[in-house]
Design a protein. Structure first.
Length: 131
């Protein structure tokens, strides 16, 4: 006969007990904003495919104060998500240069450099298309 298995109680605020847990959970929470903005972009493309009138009405709705505040909130959340992701890269990526391990700072910096380069390329494309 097998006895009852012990299940250790876990408080709902376990992730507030240690700072690394809190940072991790906040990063996971901000992923919802990243996903929500991806859905927003899909809707925007759909509106663009419906014709100029539908797209112009959609864009007009984006000029409301509520939309501007939401976009600023999403910007803050995605920036936090990105920064915490790049700062945690060194924990998941171990690179070796010969017998020497590449430093955590180099791995983290490479993520930021690639982020900056991708941002410049996207901004360049956007400016080229617009102008």
């Amino acid at each position: 006969m097998k006895g009852k298995q012990y299940v250790r109680p876990m408080p709902a605020n376990w992730w507030l007990q240690k700072q690394p847990y809190t940072v991790f959970m906040l990063r996971e929470f901000t992923a919802l904003f990243v996903a929500g903005y991806a859905i927003f972009l899909i809707v925007m493309v759909y509106q663009a495919l419906q014709g100029p009138d539908a797209f112009n009405a959609f864009v007009a709705g984006l000029k409301s104060p509520v939309s501007i505040v939401l976009h600023l909130l999403v910007l803050l959340m995605t920036a936090y998500h990105s920064v915490t992701w790049f700062n945690s890269m060194a924990k998941g990526v171990v690179l070796w240069r010969g017998e020497e391990r590449v430093s955590d700072a180099t791995i983290i910096a490479s993520g930021y450099v690639l982020w900056l380069l991708a941002s410049v390329v996207v901004a360049g494309i956007a400016l080229a298309v617009r102008g």
